[in-house]
Design a binder for this molecule. Structure first.
Ligand SMILES: *Cc1c(COP(=O)(O)O)cnc(C)c1O
Length: 378
């Protein structure tokens, strides 16, 4: 028996209809050609598939298809956005948050070595970054603000629309890591003045190794990968038709199903939390969270024993495997958890294929294990 998969925030399986469409873009019989080949029908067909996917994504995000730049994922999109805006400047100040994904934090850390200064905002205990915090951190030389839409460990939703309005009034470029947002919250780039948005296909039932950066018209981003001038010069490299059509269809389906899945997953999350609360000392971390993520701490249990005992569940823990040691999650520490509680925390992340039966089984496993571990140390 395989463990129950409750790690959809780490990655999702590719939707069957998406996999099928991707497979049709690989072989001689299929749509395999180079989309940049302008001299024959094969190329035109591949280009048409790529542009169709670009339109699907643009519709899902409510933007213009010419504002989409394909990348290999959200990591690359974050690099392109942050370095692409900052590196051409002669230093400056960046505002970001202490709870960003490493794909933002490490880029900011790199820019610190190049003469930039960075303010890392810490959320309150609810996990949320406020507009007032961003406003207070602004400096005369602030060149970029980067705040994630939905935090990947807690599921907390940040007020990015309000931060966007603030940044626009100050004429400062605003980047958002939206990897956990597509298909979970109503991303609307026509409504919200976000300048740059990173997305990742494998977080919404598309393939790994595929993503995009939304670059609002008029925002100038310098290429990080040169060679051929694809994607209006912002990102060179032969376009992977199969990956792109996969992302396009996956985005379309995820946005179509958002409301329905949100309602279904909210109910599952509620029954998960109610079930886990049978044991004492259970805390749900973060407020105002997406329906698919529940981050829960268990007091009085050893984190490592907890995770080892839960071998019938595929979940993430509040410990990050740093080559040799297990470090407590910097996100959980940032919202005020001590090391011990951070280690004894579990992120349950559900998705399209999670069933009520699986949640019941997960509750039973966790409750049994927590009771057993507590009895052993009592
Ligand atoms: C998964 C994730 C990333 C990285 O995306 P890749 O496509 O795997 O590079 C970046 N930011 C957040 C918030 C994520 O959840």
């Amino acid at each position: 028996m395989k463990p129950i998969y409750l790690d959809y925030a780490a990655t999702t399986p590719v939707a069957p209809q998406v996999a099928e469409k991707m497979a049709a873009c690989l072989t001689l019989e299929g749509n395999f050609a180079n989309p940049a080949s302008r001299s024959h029908r094969y190329g035109w067909m591949a280009e048409e598939a790529v542009e169709n996917a670009r339109n699907q994504l643009a519709q899902a995000l409510h933007c213009d298809s010419r504002e989409i730049v394909w990348t290999s994922g959200a990591t690359e999109a974050n690099n392109l956005a942050i370095k692409g805006v900052c590196e051409k400047l002669d230093g400056g100040h960046i505002i970001t948050t202490a709870i960003e994904h490493k794909a933002v934090l490490d880029v900011c850390g790199y820019l610190e070595t190049k003469g930039f200064t960075v303010t890392y905002l810490t959320p309150d205990s609810s996990g949320r970054i406020s507009v007032a915090q961003v406003e207070q951190a602004l400096q005369d030389d602030t060149c970029l603000v980067s705040v994630m839409y939905v935090n990947n460990e807690l599921g907390v939703i940040n007020p990015v629309a309000d931060i966007a309005a603030l940044c626009r009034s100050k004429k400062i470029t605003f980047h958002v890591d939206g990897a956990q947002a597509v298909g979970k919250v109503d991303v609307n780039l026509e409504r919200d003045g976000i300048d740059l948005l990173s997305i990742s296909a494998h977080k919404f039932y598309g393939p790994k190794g595929m993503g995009a950066l939304f670059v609002r018209r008029g925002v100038k981003v310098d290429a990080q990968i040169h060679g051929g001038g694809h994607e209006r010069g912002m990102r060179s490299g032969t376009l992977p038709t199969h990956q792109i059509v996969g992302l396009g269809l996956a985005a379309e389906i995820s946005v179509q199903e958002l409301k329905e899945q949100e309602a279904r997953l909210s109910a599952l999350k509620q029954s998960l939390i109610t079930g886990l609360s049978q044991v004492s000392g259970v805390t749900v971390n973060g407020e105002n969270t997406v329906a698919n993520i529940a981050n829960v701490s268990f007091s009085g249990v050893d984190g490592e024993s907890l995770l080892l005992s839960l071998h019938d569940l595929a979940v993430s823990s509040g410990s990050a495997c740093n080559s040799a040691t297990m470090a407590p999650s910097y996100v959980l520490k940032a919202i005020g958890l001590d090391d011990e509680t951070a280690h004894a925390s579990i992120r349950f992340s559900m998705g399209r294929f999670t069933t009520a039966d699986e949640i019941n089984q997960a509750v039973n496993s966790v409750v049994t294990v927590v009771q057993r571990l507590r009895a052993m140390t009592a």
